[in-house]
Design a protein around this ligand. Structure first.
Ligand code: ADP
Ligand code: MG
Length: 344
């Protein structure tokens, strides 16, 4: 970030907005008017528009002690795009609103916007507006993402049917462990400020919490292979809670196979050896994985299996069968919103 510190008050609101946003150039033809007028203008088009908003609040959703601002900007965009992909839609625009206290310098906000720019560039979305205001304490970022989809492509949480296969992209539990590592390093630092956080050895899990990616590749694969999931949700709160949402809204039950839940080898090792945790519990109750959980008809399964990074983890059953998980031991337990009832 360099050593210069420019106070926000030195610049004033309008110069600040201009400084932060001047390099953003729209790339989607649906963006008719971007930053600079009273409102942005986007083309109506033929299909449906999909809109999602999320707010990140300092000390609630992130801790400035271990969150580089560039990563925070990137993540703020990505978590919103993930919601749009979870509707089987394509995001095209975002707005970003920030409330900032005087502890942040202009340079710090420029770092935040570097991360925002990186995400916009990588996911081909246009920053088309936002709002900038002061806050008494800390930083708040609210992002709204706007996407498009044809009516028949849009995938809701309520379409899962008995016999469908539940599938998950990527692997689970890493972000949760990443957060444990960051919290632990923070404690070390608070106790002795000469100790610097030791994060290098924890590459994968720390990257998963600080710099998550949204699964655009999965949505693109669906489009290319003409696959229509029957239901879909993104994993922000942990696998079991998302499965419960699908079951509740679709009025179905499920049977999950513990052994089929994809967990990265580093996660398994670190969970057990460093934190004394059950890796399955990390996957079920962790969160912030931003993978896609969806159901497909059995007939689609062959196509799904061609994709290297998607795994079937269970089947949809009748609602009256309940929501169950078959453990590696062979016993079956009730799935709970936070993990599973395995009697420990
Ligand atoms: P108004 O007074 O009409 O709300 P602003 O001065 O807040 O206008 O904003 C001017 C322009 O800059 C608008 O296009 C707005 O969407 C955009 N803008 C304001 N703050 C941000 C921000 N933090 N990020 C991106 N665009 C912003
Ligand atoms: Mg405004």
């Amino acid at each position: 970030m360099g050593d210069t510190r420019t106070e926000i008050s030195q610049l004033g609101e309008f110069k600040l907005i201009n400084k932060l946003t001047k390099n953003f150039k729209p790339s989607n033809k649906s963006t008719v008017k971007s930053i600079g007028d009273d409102a942005a203008v986007i083309q109506g088009g033929e299909g449906y528009k999909v809109v999602s908003t999320d707010m990140l609040v300092e000390e609630i959703h992130f801790d400035m002690m271990y969150t580089p601002l560039k990563h925070l900007g990137y993540k703020a965009i990505v978590v919103n795009l993930s919601d749009i992909y979870a509707m089987n839609a394509t995001p095209e625009q975002v707005t970003v609103s920030i409330a900032v206290s005087s502890k942040f310098s202009v340079e710090a906000l420029e770092e935040l916007y570097k991360g925002i720019a990186l995400a916009c560039d990588r996911y081909k979305v246009d920053l088309i507006g936002g709002d900038t205001t002061a806050s008494m304490k800390g930083l708040m970022i609210s992002v709204t993402a706007i996407g498009i989809a044809e009516e028949k492509e849009i995938t809701y949480r309520d379409g899962a049917k008995e016999g469908d296969v539940l599938c998950i992209s990527g692997d689970l539990g890493a972000a949760y462990l990443g957060l444990q590592v960051l919290e632990r390093e923070k404690q070390v630092y608070l106790e002795d400020s000469n100790m610097q956080p030791e994060l290098e050895h924890h590459g994968y899990v720390v990257e998963r919490i600080l710099k998550p990616e949204a699964r655009r590749d999965v949505i693109e694969y669906f489009a290319k292979e003409n696959i229509k999931p029957t239901s879909m949700i993104d994993v922000s709160d942990g696998l079991s809670s998302e499965i419960m949402h699908i079951c509740e809204q679709s009025k179905v039950g499920c049977l999950i196979d513990e052994g089929a839940i994809p967990i990265h080898p580093e996660v398994t090792e670190m969970a057990v050896q460093t934190f004394g945790l059950d890796p399955t519990v990390c996957a079920l109750s962790g969160g912030e994985d931003y993978e896609l959980l969806f159901t497909v008809q059995q007939s689609e399964l062959e196509k799904i299996k061609q994709f290297p990074d998607i795994n079937p983890i269970g089947i949809i059953t009748k609602e009256s069968m309940g929501r169950k998980i078959k453990a590696k031991s062979g016993r079956t337990y009730d799935l709970l919103a936070q993990g599973w009832d395995h009697g420990k």
